[in-house]
Design a protein around this ligand. Structure first.
Ligand code: HEC
Length: 109
């Protein structure tokens, strides 16, 4: 065992790239959280990607586009009361999580 001992300083250096990667992607969405949060959204939006009753499909969007759409409702640049109410309640982490989840879905029947 003695040969396998490494200096603590080197061990921390080895962790540095991972730590940097985590902080760089602080807002990369947590897909599992997004799936959990999506329950409310899919009472209106179809998981299949179909547009029903004037409610647009929201799956398969690039994550940054999804985030930008939510941001435009939050800032009331886009005028829809339901979506504005949805967007103001969500934290940036939650919006990123929803973006990761819905973005990962593909249309199906
Ligand atoms: C009560 C029904 C309802 C619920 C619940 C709902 N939405 Fe919406 N959503 C709409 C409608 C209607 C629109 C179209 C509004 C407009 O014309 O701008 C829309 C638009 C959107 C858009 C823009 C799509 C595009 O391409 O223009 C996104 C993104 C979106 N919703 C995400 C969500 C998310 C995420 C949730 C859950 C947190 C959610 N919605 C919950 C009804 C709903």
């Amino acid at each position: 065992m003695r040969n396998r001992r490494r200096s603590p300083a080197l061990a921390w250096l080895a962790l540095l790239p991972a730590a940097l990667a985590v902080s760089a992607s602080a807002y990369a969405g947590d897909r599992a959280l997004g799936e959990y949060l999506s329950g409310e959204c899919v009472t209106c939006h179809q998981l299949s990607g179909r547009q029903v009753g004037g409610i647009p499909a929201i799956i398969g969007l690039p994550e940054d586009a999804f985030v930008a759409l939510m941001e435009s409702y939050r800032r009331r640049e886009r005028d829809n009361q339901v979506m504005q109410a949805m967007a103001v309640r969500l934290s940036p982490e939650e919006v990123a999580a929803l973006a990761a989840y819905f973005g990962s879905l593909t249309p199906h029947n």
